[in-house]
Design a protein around this ligand. Sequence first.
Ligand SMILES: Cc1cc2nc3c(=O)[nH]c(=O)nc-3n(C[C@H](O)[C@H](O)[C@H](O)COP(=O)(O)O)c2cc1C
Ligand code: SF4
Length: 708
Amino acid sequence: MPQHYKHLLAPGKINGLQLRNRIVLAAMGSNFADASGHCNERLIAYYEARAKGGAGLLVLETSAACYPNGATMPNMVGFSRDEFLPGLTELAARVHKHGAKLVAQLCHGGKMAQEDTAAGRKIPLPSLMSSGFSDMFQVLTRDEIGHFIKAAGPDGKGPQYYEMAQEHIDETVAGFASAAVLAQKAGFDGVELHAGHGYLIASFLSPYSNKRTDGYGGSRENRARFLLEIIQAVRAATADDFAILIRLDAREYRVEGGIELADCLVTARLAEQAGVDAIDVSAYGNTAHAIAFTEAPLVHEPGGFIGFAKAVKQVVKVPVIGVGRIEPTVGEQHIAAGDFDFLAMGRKLLADPDLPNKLAVGVPESIRPCIYCYICVSKIFINQPMCCAVNHSMGREYEGDILARSSDSKKIVVVGGGPGGMEAARMLAEKGHNVSLWEKDKDLGGTARIASLAYEPNERLVHYLSRAVKALPIDLQMNKTATRENLAAENADHIILATGALRIAPDFPGKQQRHVFDGDELRGVLFGTNPQAAAKLNRIYRLLLSAARMTQMLRSVKLLRFMSKIWMPIANEVVVIGGGLVGLELAEFLVERGRKVTILEPGTDLGPELAIVRRARVLHMLREHNVDIQRGTQITNIGSDKVSYTQEGEDKSVRCAQVIIAIGAEPDSGLEDQLAASGAQVQRIGDCRDKSFIDGAILDARKLVREL
Ligand SMILES: Cc1cc2nc3c(=O)[nH]c(=O)nc-3n(C[C@H](O)[C@H](O)[C@H](O)COP(=O)(O)O)c2cc1C
Ligand code: SF4
C-alpha cells in the first residue's frame, strides 16, 4: 500500500460494517431514477462504477423515505413501498459485487420538497414560516427561470405549508423506520439519516425555523427530539449490526439565528446516545442567497468544514466523516491526526470514480480532477440529470465501456490540443487507434490555458489531459498548423477538428486603437504567442514581455498567474465588453489584480454559459469588488479614454484606459469546408462546432469516440 495514503486506505469500521478503506462516496442527488421513484439501469451502473473504482462506502443519494411525500427532485429514489424493492436489491447487489458497502440516505425534504408543491400537496414543517427575499432570480437566465415554474405549484400559489401536529410527527418517524427496514431487506448495509441541508429534520434542529413551544421546540434537546425519535425507531426496527449514520449541519450559513457549531455538538452527542454509529459533518447555506450554495454544502474553500468535523470528533466516540472539498492528501493528514475517521468525497468521485484505486496503486497523478465548475449540481437546480463537465461518462456508464479496444485500428489526425482535442486523442489512442495530435502553439491547452489563468482549477484539467496524452502512443506534433494540403497528405481515415472558435470582435468604431484588445490578442500578449498584438504595447512593456518570453516564463500558467499579480501590461481602468463566461472570468481575473473594471453586456443575461452556482459565485465576487456591470448596452464608440454606449435609448459613457472585447466567438467551419473536396472524413468537436467551452468539448469528444 502506498505509504502516502496509508491511513486513508486502511480498513475501517462503522458499527458492524467492515470497510475496505476510509473513502466514502458522499450522497449526491443525481436525478437518474425513473419518474416513479424506481432505480433504473442508469442509476445502478453509476453506483456500480463508483464501487468498482474502490471507494469503501457509498452513500446513496438523498432518497425519499416517505415517497412521494418529501421528494425534492422529480427523479428521486423512493423507499416507501415494496414495489421499490427489486431495483434497490439489484443496486445493493451490484455495489457489493465490487467489495463496497452501501447505505441509503433517507430524507424528507421539508421546505425543499418541491415535488410536493408541484403535485399540490402541502408541506409539513415544524412551524410555519414566511418565505423571505431571494436573490436567486437575479442570477438566473430567462431560460432557467422557466424551469422554476413548477415551483409555483398547479395553482400558481407557490409552496403551501402546515405545522406538524403530533400525529404527523409520529407518521414521519414511522415512515423513516419502515424505509430503513426496506433498505435492510434490499441488502443495504445501513442508512444515513439526512438531518442537514435545510431539509425537514434540519428544520427541527434549527432555532431559526423551529419556533415550536412543545417538546419539539425551544432547547437544543427539544429541537433534537424529532431526530432522536427517528434514530430510535430505526434502531428498533433494524438489525443490531445495521449501520445508522446521520448527516448534520455544523452551521447554517446566511441564516440569522440558524444552527451554529455549538448546536451541532449537542445534537451529535445526543444522537450518539440514541444509537447512531457515525456522524457525517456537513453544513447548509441558505439557498435564498445564490452565493450561499458555494459556502455550504458545496463549499468552495478547500477543506472548509474540516474544523467542524474536528470539533465533532472531540465530543463523540463513534466515527466521524469529514467532507467538503478535501483533497486525498489533506484527508490522509487529518485521518492520521485523528481529526476525523472517514473522508467523504462528492465531486472528485464524479470526475473520477477510480480515484481510490488510483491512490491504491500509486498513480495519483492519473486522477482526473474536478474543476469546481458546479455544472453537476446546477443541473439538479433545474431538475435535469446530473452530469460532469470533465467526465461525460458519468451517468452514461450504462452505455458500456466505450474505450474497449477496437479491432479495426484507424489512422486519425486530431487538430487542436485544447481539452476537446486532447480528450478525443486520449480516448482514441486508448481504443487502439493510430492517433496524431497537432497543436499550432508550443503548449497544449488552447483557450483553456487562459481560462486557467483566470480560474486555477481549469489548469489541473489541462495538466491531467496533457499528461495523459503524453503517456499514450500518440504522435504529438507541436507548433504544427493544419492546412488543407498537409492534412490531405496524411491520408487519414478520420480528421477531427478541435480548433476552437473563430474570434471576430464586432467592428466597434475605434476598435483598432492600441489600447483595445480582443480575447485572442489578450491571450497572445499574456502568453507571448502573438507578436502583432504585442506590437500594440508601448516599448517598455514590449521589452519586459520579450525578456519574460526568452526566459520561458510565459509558458507556465502558474508562474504567469503569480507574476500577473505583481505586473501585467493592462491599464488600471478597464472596460470589458461582454458579460458572458469569458467576460466575467476575465473581469474576475482583473479585479483580483487590482484593476477597476466595468462590464458592458449587450444582452440581458450575464454568464449564461456558466453553471448557475458558479455564475452566482462570480457575480457575487464582482459585485463585492464594485465592478460596474451594465446590461442592454449598445457600444457606439471606443475613444482613447472612454467607451460610449446607449442603454434604453440614453447615451452614456464610461472612462477607461484599456478596452477588452470579450465577445464575438463563432463556430468555425473554415478548415472543414476546405477539406470537403478531399473526400476525407472530417468531424468538428468543441468550440469550432458550437461554442460550448470545456464541458461541451469533453462531451463532443466522448460522443465522437463512441461513434468511431
Ligand atoms: C451534484 C451534487 C448533488 C448533491 N446532492 C446531495 C444529496 O443528495 N445529499 C447530501 O447530503 N448532499 C448532497 N450533495 C453534497 C455532497 O454530498 C458533498 O457534501 C459536497 O459536494 C461537498 O463535498 P465535495 O467537495 O467532495 O464535493 C451534493 C453535491 C453535489 C455535487
Ligand atoms: S461538473 Fe464540475 S464541479 Fe461537478 S464534479 Fe464535474 S468538474 Fe467537478
